[in-house]
Design a binder for this molecule. Structure first.
Ligand SMILES: [Zn+2]
Length: 124
């Protein structure tokens, strides 16, 4: 027997997941990044998608299109502890990703931002 409380919690989390999914499809809700696990990166990176490249069960790299305006060049972030620099990918409720430390592209467009709970937080 499942306690009614647990059922309620399941319903709640399903409903909020559905709401977040819906929110992500609305124009003003599109700024939250979602994680997509891939073995190979697609040729065109979709905006709002953080691609996590996996090799077997190991997450080796996170890649996203640069969020700055028209730049959109790929940002490749190493997740392997053996290499430097290295980023830590954290997942929150609904799979929203955070990256630490911040992403700072010192060449090209020079963008500097944090990815926190799926949102780009600009540093400048
Ligand atoms: Zn850029």
């Amino acid at each position: 027997m499942t306690a009614p409380k647990e059922i309620l919690q399941t319903v709640r989390s399903t409903a909020s997941r559905w709401l977040v999914g819906l929110w992500g499809r609305l124009p003003w809700g599109r700024k939250r990044y979602r994680v997509s696990k891939v073995n190979d990166l697609p040729e065109r990176l979709r905006p709002g998608m953080l691609y996590v490249v996996v090799e077997g069960k190991v997450e080796i790299q996170a890649t996203m299109a640069c969020p700055r305006g028209r730049c959109s060049s790929p940002l490749n972030l190493n997740l392997m502890p053996d290499d430097h620099p290295m980023w830590t990918l954290q997942r929150h409720n609904h799979g929203l990703p955070s990256l630490a430390p911040s992403v700072w592209r010192k060449h090209d467009c020079g963008c500097h931002f944090w990815l926190r709970r799926g949102e780009v937080v600009w540093c400048d």
